[in-house]
Design a protein around this ligand. Structure first.
Ligand code: HEC
Length: 97
């Protein structure tokens, strides 16, 4: 008799990338902010490539904890929710030259 083969399906969990891949992270932002951060998000946000890195990082963290934002901050909050500090720093380096 053959033994019972238990196949454990490999669970491909999309875990947070340890080494932040900024261009992949930025893909979803580009829809609103432009491929290079050159557009105002839905006509409401600053041109993010023209922000200082410090302001960019502060605003990202502020959207995460609810302390930053204008009338559309509830739209930005879910965009930044899952980002780690390293992700945010990588995004700042990617967008702001
Ligand atoms: C669905 C459109 C949309 C997407 C996707 C989006 N944003 Fe935004 N973003 C906005 C809008 C609208 C605002 C202005 C929100 C407010 O009222 O505070 C904003 C604000 C910002 C600000 C602050 C600018 C300011 O005016 O103070 C930064 C920085 C930013 N977004 C970065 C990002 C990044 C990085 C991503 C991807 C992780 C992203 N956004 C995804 C629409 C979007």
């Amino acid at each position: 008799m053959r033994g019972l083969h238990v196949t454990v399906a490999a669970l491909l969990l999309s875990t947070t990338v340890a080494l932040a891949d900024a261009s992949a992270l930025y893909e979803k932002c580009a829809v609103c902010h432009g491929a290079a951060g050159e557009k105002s998000g839905l006509g409401k946000s600053k041109i993010i490539k023209d922000m200082s890195k410090a302001d960019f990082i502060a605003s990202m963290k502020g959207y995460q904890d609810g302390s930053y934002g204008g009338p559309m901050k509830n739209l930005m909050a879910p965009q930044v929710k899952a980002l780690s500090e390293a992700d945010i720093a990588a995004l700042a380096d990617h967008i702001i030259k």
